[in-house]
Design a protein around this ligand. Sequence first.
Ligand code: PEP
Length: 251
Amino acid sequence: MRKPVIAGNWKMYKLLSEAVETALALKPLVANANHCEVVIAPVFVQIKTIADRLEGSNINVAAQDCAPVEKQSANTGEVSAEMLKDVGCSHIIIGHSERRQFYAESDNAVNQKTKSCLTSGLKAIVCVGEMLAEREAGKAEEVVKTQVVNGLAGLTTADMERIIIAYEPVWAIGTGKTATPEQAQEMHAFIRQVLTETHGKVVADSTRILYGGSVKPENIKELMNQEDVDGALVGGASLDANSFAQIVNYK
Ligand code: PEP
């Protein structure tokens, strides 16, 4: 059985005091959520504080990115996966569409970052998803397949145990436009088929595939009812503890 993952991406929205306040408010609200893996992703500089404040709780802390190299080295401005683990991270979001769009992050960079994350013993939440123009041109599956194949290139079966895929159609992120549950299911099933081709059926059947794109308390249940939807990566609705807790407690 695939244990669902509900992950909140706080992007660059919160000052430290706000992040601590939200994390502490969330703690009791999701304390009984044993049905899923709960993850929140503050900005780099808040990770240590948030991880310390959440110690002993069932909330995991993720980073929103990491360096493509592992070695402690001359890489000004970068933060390695090992450093993130060192301050309390268990997961890293890699290849979010905002990084692909605004920082020209390539599939190759996503692959290197994913490998760094795995080498450091952390779980990677690898994001894929097509732009609106690509969907309208009938290229959604082709684009997503390329991102999955290239992003996960060279990973072993053992590596894949720590891979979580997030399908986030770019046209649904922060726009209020959610993919219909059927559109999400269709793409998730397609991704699982791609994983069967690249890593075999056992890996494909056990890999968690999250949906992301305007997930809210109102639509989570219907999305989670889809066979191949194993959780959600939530942006806007994760910023408020009550709304994120409602999503976590969707059952
Ligand atoms: C995201 O940033 O990963 C995301 C899905 O954002 P939102 O939920 O706001 O659409």
